[in-house]
Each structure stands twice: as structure tokens, then as C-alpha cells.
Design a protein around this ligand. Structure first.
Ligand code: ZN
Length: 432
């Protein structure tokens, strides 16, 4: 078993505690491999033989390599994934003093975390900070990552709640989940304490800090686990594992006739309805600009979209060792059994017979196995990027993802071999 891809994924996830940092991590790797950044507010001059990327809100990223063929006839090959994961966001005026002794922070839940998993483990804080600049409408953006164990959400002792292990023991997002930052003394001034801490960490004057988007993350780095180190245990595998695979494949792939695109959207966990999310026209606008910039017209754009293919890559559920009954009776994707094609009769996924056939063919060409997922018919199941993107452009596409356990836990588990498999499949897709 080759563990290189999984180990690289663990480094990538550690560098990427928030969607802002994930985009920064991808950006660094793209630039190191000859990609050039374009800016949406500036004029573009796209040249063949060059590689480009654009970001939106510093939290979504769109990379592309123009194809050698006619863009209308060849279209795009698109892989998309998402940069965000469930977490807790720091509220404004977050400082809360308990009996003049403990300082805790007020937070708001982002997305759907499994809240129990966030208790009793060292947490840290990272995100984006807006600083005063010369231009009132354009504050300067910087990123901060405290990168040290800074907070903890302590669980109540079992002696105060004997029913804690019973099913249905509820948690309040507002009461139970607030992280403690430290001990303070009587003279402590809580107002703007966090803002001062941020300014100090960034070595900027306090009055320059205008606002911030700060999130909690688990401090400990992910690790390989299992008898033969066959599993990856880490936070944010959903969906940084797929972002990492798409990025690696784009960097490893051969030149080809079709224009390759990698889109890493933000805010999938909260419905994608932001300018940096999949429901916005951002990606469509970029594809339009790619066509028009190379001398194409509207007709060329329509043809290009028709001739394109999309892989919507978001993690999938592996058969759970303790709950096989929760899964479909006949489709049991297992860890390290290869990427999973997601299928739903009610079209929550974009997959159909046509696009599943394409993905199976790609896996065969790549020499990797693939599996299928359908919901147990009595379970509702989740949703993902593919369908949301289709509201912007009518493109053939498939929903896939690597099998994993404990989706939305602070520490999820995926397969070491699967990371290598899916990179091979994506690299083949980008190379044919
Ligand atoms: Zn996801």
C-alpha cells in the first residue's frame, strides 16, 4: 500500500484549518507549479500553454489549464469539491466571564457538526482578519492561525448527568458548546479581549483590526491508524480529501485538448448560497470569460458547456462496522475499495446511467476499483454540489466521493488506499 497520498493529505489538512487557509494552501501549491493568479476585477489575457487560477472571497478557488483543442468542440473537464467543514464560528463581542474567573467565548454553529465529538480536546482558532486600509470599501485581508492549543469545551462530569450515555441526550448549541479560553483575575477587562489577542498575534495595532471571521478547529494533526495503517483519522476529510485529490490530479495530469477546471467552492455545508458557493454564477462567469477571451462567442460557449463533463467530488459513506443495517441491503461501499459513485432515484445526485458509465470507464482506465452508494430507502440522505451547479449550467456530470466513517465528526476516518485510487482516477480524467 502506497501511503504517500494519505500522508500528503494530512499535511494539506493541517495547513488548512479554515476554508480561507485551504484556499491559501492550494494557491501556494499552484503557484509553485507555474500557475498564475488572475483577478476578477482586472482584464484577462489567457494564453495557451499557461495555467491560471482565480479566487473569490479568499475562500473559493477556480484553477484552469486551457486545452489545446477548439474550446467549443472540446468543452471543459471539471472537478469540483468544497473547502469548508462544519465548525463553530466566533460571534461578535464573544467574551463571556463566568464568576469573574473563567473566560469563555460565545460561538455559533457552522453547518452540521457532530457536537459530542468537539468536547474535551485541545482546540485552536483560525480565520480571516480585516485590517484598515487607505480604501474604505476595500479593507486589507490577512489570515491568522493561532496554531497552538488555546481552547477547550469541557464536558459535564457524568456525576452531574447520569443519563449522559442514554440515547437522545440533547445538547444546546448556545449553552453546552462554548469553549473556555482561560482563567482571569478580578481586574480583567473583557471588552475587546479577543480583538486585542488577534492584533497581538498578527503584530498589528489593535485599532487597525476592523473585523474578523474566526473559527474553531481541532488542534491535533491527523494520523494514520489501524493494524496496517490502512485508515486516515483526521478532521475535515469532508471535503478536503477531495479538494486535495483534485488539486494533485490537476498538477500531475498530461496536457490535453479539453480545458481542465478545478473548482473548490466554499459554504457547501450551509447550502452553497453565497458568492463563493456553488449556487452563485461565479464558476459560469469564469467559464464564459475563458471562452470569450479566446475569441469565442455565445454559440461557442453553449457548445462548450454541452460538450463538457463534471465530476462533483464530495465524500461518501462507507459501510459502518457497527451499523450495517443503516445501509442499503445490496450496495455496501467499503474502506479502501475505491471511489464511490453516488446514485439517487429522486436526483439528489447528478449521477445517471450515462455519467456513471463514464466514471466507471475512467476508473477502469486508471486501474482502480470503484463502488456504488445508494441510500437505504428509509433514510433521507444528504445533498452536495453537483445539483446546485446544474442550476447555473446544464452539464453532464457524476457525483462521487471516497468512502468514510463519521462524516461531520471533528475527527473523521477514510481509507489510505482510497486517496491514492481517487487521485489516479482524477489524473486519468484530466489526461484523456
Ligand atoms: Zn461534503
Amino acid at each position: 500500500m502506497n501511503k504517500q497520498a494519505a500522508l500528503d493529505l494530512l499535511d494539506f489538512i493541517q495547513e488548512s484549518p479554515t476554508s480561507f487557509h485551504a484556499v491559501q494552501s492550494i494557491k501556494r501549491r499552484l503557484i509553485a507549479n507555474g500557475f498564475q493568479q488572475l483577478f476578477s476585477g482586472e482584464e484577462w489575457h489567457i494564453e495557451h500553454g499557461k495555467k491560471y487560477f482565480v479566487t473569490k472571497n479568499h475562500s473559493s478557488l477556480y484553477a484552469f489549464i486551457p486545452g489545446n483543442g477548439n474550446i467549443a468542440a472540446e468543452g471543459f473537464k471539471l472537478i469540483c469539491a468544497h473547502s469548508d467543514s462544519p465548525t463553530f464560528r466566533i460571534k461578535p463581542a464573544p467574551e463571556m466571564l463566568v464568576e469573574g474567573k473563567y473566560l469563555k467565548l460565545n460561538t455559533e454553529v457552522y453547518g452540521g457538526p457532530i457536537m459530542y465529538t468537539w468536547f474535551d480536546r485541545p482546540l485552536s482558532l483560525a480565520g480571516r482578519v480585516m485590517l484598515r486600509s487607505e480604501r474604505p470599501l476595500k479593507p486589507a485581508t490577512q489570515f491568522v492561525n493561532f496554531n497552538r492549543p488555546l481552547l477547550e469545551i469541557p464536558h459535564l462530569a457524568i456525576h452531574f448527568n447520569r443519563a449522559v450515555n442514554d440515547q437522545g441526550n440533547p445538547l444546546s448549541k448556545q449553552k453546552d458548546m462554548l469553549p473556555v479560553l482561560g482563567m482571569v483575575n478580578e481586574a480583567f477587562e473583557k471588552d475587546n479581549f479577543l480583538l486585542k489577542l488577534v492584533a497581538e498575534e498578527m503584530h498589528v495595532p489593535e485599532e487597525d483590526v476592523l473585523d474578523f471571521d474566526l473559527m474553531l478547529y481541532e488542534y491535533a494533526k491527523g494520523t494514520l491508524v489501524g493494524l496496517n495503517e490502512e485508515f486516515i483519522s483526521s478532521g475535515r476529510l469532508d471535503d478536503l480529501a477531495m479538494a486535495h485529490a483534485g488539486m494533485t490530479a490537476l498538477l500531475d495530469s498530461e496536457p490535453c485538448n479539453k480545458t481542465k477546471v478545478l473548482a473548490i467552492f466554499d459554504n457547501e455545508e450551509v447550502g452553497s448560497g453565497t458568492k463563493q458557493g456553488a449556487a452563485a454564477p461565479t464558476l459560469r462567469t469564469i467559464l464564459e470569460r475563458i471562452v470569450y477571451n479566446q475569441g469565442g462567442n455565445a454559440e461557442d460557449l453553449f457548445r462548450a458547456i454541452h460538450n463538457s463533463f463534471m465530476i462533483s467530488a464530495d465524500m461518501a459513506h462507507a459501510l459502518h462496522p457497527n451499523y450495517p443495517e443503516k445501509h442499503d441491503p445490496t450496495n455496501h461501499p467499503v474502506m479502501n475499495g475505491g471511489p464511490v459513485i453516488k446514485i439517487n432515484a429522486n436526483q439528489k445526485y447528478v449521477t445517471d446511467g450515462d455519467s456513471a458509465a463514464v466514471f466507471k470507464t475512467i476508473c477502469k482506465m486508471a486501474g482502480v476499483p470503484c463502488q456504488t452508494f445508494v441510500n437505504h430507502s428509509d433514510m433521507a440522505g444528504g445533498s452536495t454540489l453537483g445539483n446546485i451547479l446544474l442550476t447555473q449550467m446544464e452539464m453532464r456530470g457524476v457525483d462521487i466521493g471516497n468512502p468514510m466513517w463519521a462524516m461531520h465528526s471533528v475527527r473523521e476516518t477514510a481509507g489510505v488506499q482510497d486517496q491514492e485510487y481517487v487521485i489516479k482516477a482524477f489524473t486519468t480524467f484530466y489526461s484523456i
